[in-house]
Design a protein around this ligand. Structure first.
Ligand code: ZN
Length: 142
């Protein structure tokens, strides 16, 4: 299978079997985001204890890129510290905006690199991450 074919498989897998999808009971922060250009809508809920992202869930609808990216985002940051989550957001946004060679293994996220060729779709991929970033900012204000 070609690399692009493999990437398509990964995105399809996450969009048709999303991880951590649903509402989160006892969330500390809930944030909504939208990408009107494509019609993507995302709601990210997080629960943080002792500076650890204990649980993170998303709800939403939209294109497969936005939903797959949200699913990957939850896998990437769940169980990580808030600082690690912020780092992961920065790395992902960096990758999507053309920075080469992320500092560590991006795993499934590498499948989204192909989206960089389509600037409109970059917003689909980064929507859930930006929404998470805003949720973490809300958290630091409380
Ligand atoms: Zn989209």
């Amino acid at each position: 299978m070609s690399l692009e074919g493999l990437y398509r498989e990964v995105i399809l897998d996450h969009s048709s079997h999303p991880r951590n999808k649903g509402a989160l009971d006892s969330a500390d922060v809930v944030r909504e985001g939208a990408n009107p250009l494509c019609g993507d809508e995302i709601r990210v809920s997080i629960r943080v204890r002792d500076r650890i992202v204990e649980d993170v869930r998303f709800e939403g609808k939209g294109c497969s890129i936005s939903q797959a990216s949200a699913s990957m985002m939850t896998e990437r940051v769940k169980g990580k510290s808030v600082e690690e989550a912020r780092q992961a957001i920065a790395e992902f946004k960096g990758m999507m905006h053309g920075q080469e060679a992320p500092p560590d293994e991006m795993g499934d996220l590498e499948a989204l690199q192909g989206v960089r060729k389509f600037p409109v779709r970059v917003k689909c991929a980064t929507l859930s991450w930006i929404t998470l970033e805003l949720a973490l900012e809300d958290l630091s204000k409380t």
